[in-house]
Design a protein around this ligand. Structure first.
Ligand SMILES: [Zn+2]
Length: 85
């Protein structure tokens, strides 16, 4: 985690939220506290994509799936997609 930086503003360190874990993090969230961008970890793969390569139809369901475990600040103010209050 120490070597990961936000692909948008290069900020680090990033915050890690783990939802499912075995030897590796299977599902989780990487959050940039500076620009409030969030990046999903799916099937052990951190998807650190710039905004233009992200698909709302794939990413919003991930946010909904784990919304009980994600801080409100990220759910409702996160980038590039967020839930409606
Ligand atoms: Zn950032």
């Amino acid at each position: 985690m120490e070597i990961l930086a936000c692909p948008i503003d290069k900020h680090h360190p990033l915050e890690l939220y783990v939802f499912e874990e075995k030897d590796e993090v299977i599902e989780g969230l990487i959050v940039c506290p500076q620009c409030l961008r969030w990046y999903p970890i799916r099937d052990e793969i951190p998807e650190m994509l710039p905004d233009e390569l992200r698909k709302e139809a794939e990413d919003l369901p991930f946010l909904r799936k784990w919304q009980d475990r994600i801080p409100e600040r990220i759910l409702y103010e996160g980038n590039p997609f967020r839930l409606k209050r």
